[in-house]
Design a protein around this ligand. Structure first.
Ligand SMILES: Cc1cc2nc3c(=O)[nH]c(=O)nc-3n(C[C@H](O)[C@H](O)[C@H](O)COP(=O)(O)O)c2cc1C
Length: 196
């Protein structure tokens, strides 16, 4: 059993000042406060071409997808903070998930980074709906990739005014939902690693 769960945190946007990046920062702090070992990354450090099966056939899965796959495999769980584009998953995040889902083998034995990992989801937007349409799509995609996605979520509306100067949520209800999400993610990571 992993005594200290290892959680990988990233946002589905690499925009400077992204609301999803700020939400991921809050999650990173909360997870660390609750005792998790947290790794925070930016998808900007893992650039990937748009997935195209001709390209995959010709050149294989890109190194950055394999690197990300190894990083995911080295953690118990993921915390993803996503923006919402046209009611769904932004292309950066979907393309990254799709590439990592193509990482299959490493020197022979089966290697499927997502399978059996636990995930917690946050969303944010500049509007009142807080990206909740996207989070439902993201949940379905990750379940399809065989992750266990925990039920609690943290969705941040009105990103332009949601954070104070220190990057904390202004609304106490958001702190409560982030606290609940992180606690459930850690507990589920423990439970799954005990079962493994
Ligand atoms: C192509 C595109 C589509 C968008 N669609 C939505 C949407 O469906 N719902 C929403 O609340 N915001 C939408 N937005 C606005 C985003 O919430 C806003 O740009 C937000 O800042 C993006 O997330 P980020 O701050 O994490 O980069 C859209 C933005 C773009 C660029």
């Amino acid at each position: 059993m992993a005594v200290i769960p290892k959680i990988l945190v990233f946002a589905g946007s690499m925009r400077s000042g992204a609301f999803s990046g700020k939400t991921a920062d809050v999650a990173q702090k909360e997870l660390a406060m609750q005792g998790a070992e947290v790794t925070r990354i930016s998808l900007a450090d893992y650039p990937l071409p748009i997935l195209d099966e001709d390209l995959e056939k010709e050149k294989g899965v890109p190194d950055n997808a394999v690197k990300l796959g190894r990083l995911i495999a080295a953690h118990d769980g993921l915390l993803i903070a996503t923006p919402e584009y046209n009611g769904s998953i932004p292309p950066l995040l979907k393309n990254t998930i799709d590439w990592v889902s193509r990482v299959r083998t490493e020197n022979g034995p089966a290697f499927r980074p997502f399978v059996g990992k636990v995930a917690g989801l946050c969303s944010s937007s500049n509007g009142h709906f807080a990206g909740i349409r996207c989070i439902n799509h993201l949940r379905a995609v990750l379940v399809r990739c065989q992750l266990e996605v925990v039920t609690p979520e943290c969705s941040v509306p009105d990103g332009g005014s949601a954070f104070d100067a220190d990057g904390n949520f202004r609304d106490e209800r958001l702190n409560k939902s982030m606290e609940h999400l992180c606690r459930t993610l850690i507990e589920t990571s423990h439970m799954l690693s005990t079962r493994a």
